[in-house]
Write a protein that binds this ligand. Structure first.
Ligand code: AMP
Length: 546
């Protein structure tokens, strides 16, 4: 067989990242990092102008150099946020690229081949801007991003390979994914060759790090209670120390019933004992938020006729907290399974990467290839990927269908009785519509007499729940139909929204009287191609290590 051209799945997590590939026997394998661990902290220490450290050592350096260490960058993805280190500008994309570069580098050491073709995972609830930023981060890292995959779908793909039995009927699973910084619940239907997301919901600002913060706050309060007037709360060093201790205590409380910690600052001391019961009380509202979102997901699924689950999978490192499974049992009557919680996403992504690699090597449906051509392509792909042709045929048949994560719409104006303008968002493309979403058109009318222009503003649902309030939505694009001949108030305009499989949104507006059209392809807030290229060159100059 020809030299293999492996593809990799990367779980780019808020707190930890992980990379995996499918080995010659078809098993997903996690490539351990330089210090022999399966996951690498998603922490970057900008040590000098040309050297960065990623991972455990970077995490430990946070205490000494808080201004040069970046963590939880995933929470900034898709947002404008300029950071400067040693006089060089950075973005969430370029910082994430450094993490990706390091995990790819250490995987290359493990497999002795360059890592190029990858699939990167994203929370199911990531909007278009965050997905675009993630894809760009991969490109900035010099990787070829075959596709992105929602984390719960990756977890379901991995689960499926573990449980697959010939002749198995369709099954429905609920994935509860509580990672370091994000939370998702997703209902997935597995049927024949299809993996279909039924619905998804989540909060990308809720994760293990919030539990850590609570514990760190409790430690600080306990210290200040014993040392009144202390300036401990102003010491970055001391706070960093507490943050690290808090995560350790939290993890310890997943198996032990109580943990102790001794604090010392500026001559003052305090000793804290935290029981699991107290810890659960301190963080009860955080867990309750995940159950509220779970409830919402179940309601949406029920409305689509799904009310029975064959399995409830727990993924993400934070599901090791016993209160998670206990709560799901008590509140919903589930019997959840802890499912390879730290590695399932990367392993499933590795499998998806293989599926994608097969697909890019085969002629598309539109190419009207003859059977013989397809057969040749299968043989070639099998050869390139080091797989049996039968396996290539099987992988090529897999279809993974995801959904629109959030609602999209346009800004509309209404008038109060006294003629005041009131703006709101009218959603056209609803959350949980299957992708690719065919154009859905909705009719609007002009609001003023004699308009010669119509401005179309596109807004994306920003909060967890669809709301027409502007404050609960984010403006993501706009365009104007110009050159209209002073049309009457109330003239109709049709506006349609479509989204492709990769999440690119296209909005098409037509003023019906003149048939003047406007087509807006929404590439949101992201970096331009030249900015990505510039960042790629800048990141390529860094030496990255652990
Ligand atoms: P992930 O992003 O899925 O890698 O999740 C990492 C999160 O899981 C971090 O917030 C960790 O603190 C948390 N975590 C890892 N192990 C445990 C544990 N034994 N108990 C509680 N939380 C844990």
């Amino acid at each position: 067989m020809a030299a293999q051209n492996r593809t990799y799945g990367i779980d780019l997590g808020t707190t930890y990242s992980c990379i995996a590939y499918v080995d010659d026997t078809g098993r997903p394998v996690v490539a351990k990092n330089a210090i022999g661990q399966e996951t690498t902290p998603s922490v970057v220490y900008m040590e000098t102008a040309d050297h960065v450290v990623v991972g455990q050592d970077a995490k430990s350096s946070a205490k000494l150099y808080p201004d040069l260490v970046v963590s939880l960058i995933k929470r900034q993805m898709g947002q404008k946020c300029d950071l400067t280190f040693h006089g060089t500008g950075h973005t969430p994309e370029s910082i994430s690229a450094l993490i990706l570069k390091e995990v790819a580098r250490s995987a290359a050491e493990h497999t002795h081949e360059e890592v190029r073709d990858v699939v990167i995972t994203v929370p199911a609830y990531f909007g278009v801007a965050e997905r675009e930023a993630t894809r760009n981060a991969g490109e900035i890292a010099g990787l070829n991003v075959l596709n992105l995959i929602p984390e719960p779908v990756a977890a379901a793909l991995h689960y499926e390979t573990l449980s697959a039995a010939p002749g198995r009927g369709p099954s429905t699973i609920l994935v509860y994914d509580l990672g370091g910084g994000t939370f998702d619940t997703t209902v997935i239907r597995l049927e024949g060759d299809d993996v279909r997301v039924v619905c998804t919901d989540g909060d990308h600002r809720l994760g293990g790090a919030d539990w850590d913060e609570r514990v760190a706050g409790h430690l600080l309060d306990s210290f200040l209670a014993e040392n009144p007037g202390s300036s401990a709360a102003e010491s970055e060093d001391f706070l960093q120390e507490l943050a690290i201790a808090a995560e350790d205590m939290k993890k310890g409380l997943s198996s032990a019933m109580s943990r102790r910690y001794n604090m010392r600052f500026d001559g003052g001391t305090a000793r804290v004992e935290l029981t699991r019961e107290r810890f659960e009380a301190l963080t009860e509202d955080l867990l309750a938020r995940t159950f509220e979102i779970t409830r919402r997901t179940l309601d949406v699924a029920a409305a689509q006729g799904v009310d029975r689950f064959d399995d409830v999978l727990l993924v993400g490192g934070s599901v090791r907290m016993p209160a998670v499974a206990e709560g799901l049992r008590q509140r919903f009557g589930f019997d959840p399974k802890l499912h390879d919680p730290d590695l399932a996403v990367a392993k499933g992504a590795a499998r998806f990467a293989l599926i994608e690699a097969v697909k890019v090597r085969l002629p598309g449906e539109a190419d009207a290839a003859s059977d013989a051509e397809v057969e040749r392509a299968v043989e070639q792909a099998a050869d390139q990927l080091g797989l049996e042709p039968e396996k290539v045929r099987m992988l090529a048949g897999r279809r993974v269908t995801t959904v629109v994560p959030r609602a999209f719409g346009v800004k509309v104006v209404d008038f109060t009785g006294d003629g005041r303008e009131v703006f709101s968002v009218s959603h056209v493309l609803k959350a949980n519509t299957a992708l690719p979403a065919d154009p859905v058109a909705e009719r609007f009318v002009t609001a003023y007499e004699n308009q010669t222009e119509i401005g179309v503003e596109i807004w994306e649902q920003a909060g967890s729940v669809e709301s027409d309030d502007l404050a609960d939505n984010a403006r993501i694009g706009e365009g104007t139909i110009t050159g209209l001949p002073r049309i009457r108030k109330g003239s109709p305009i049709d506006i349609s929204f479509a989204m492709d499989e990769l999440g690119t949104l296209t909005v098409h507006a037509v003023e019906l009287q003149t048939q003047k059209e406007l087509r807006i392809e929404v590439r949101i807030q992201g970096l331009s191609e030249s900015q990505v290229e510039q960042a790629r060159q800048a990141v390529a100059r860094y030496a990255v290590s652990q």
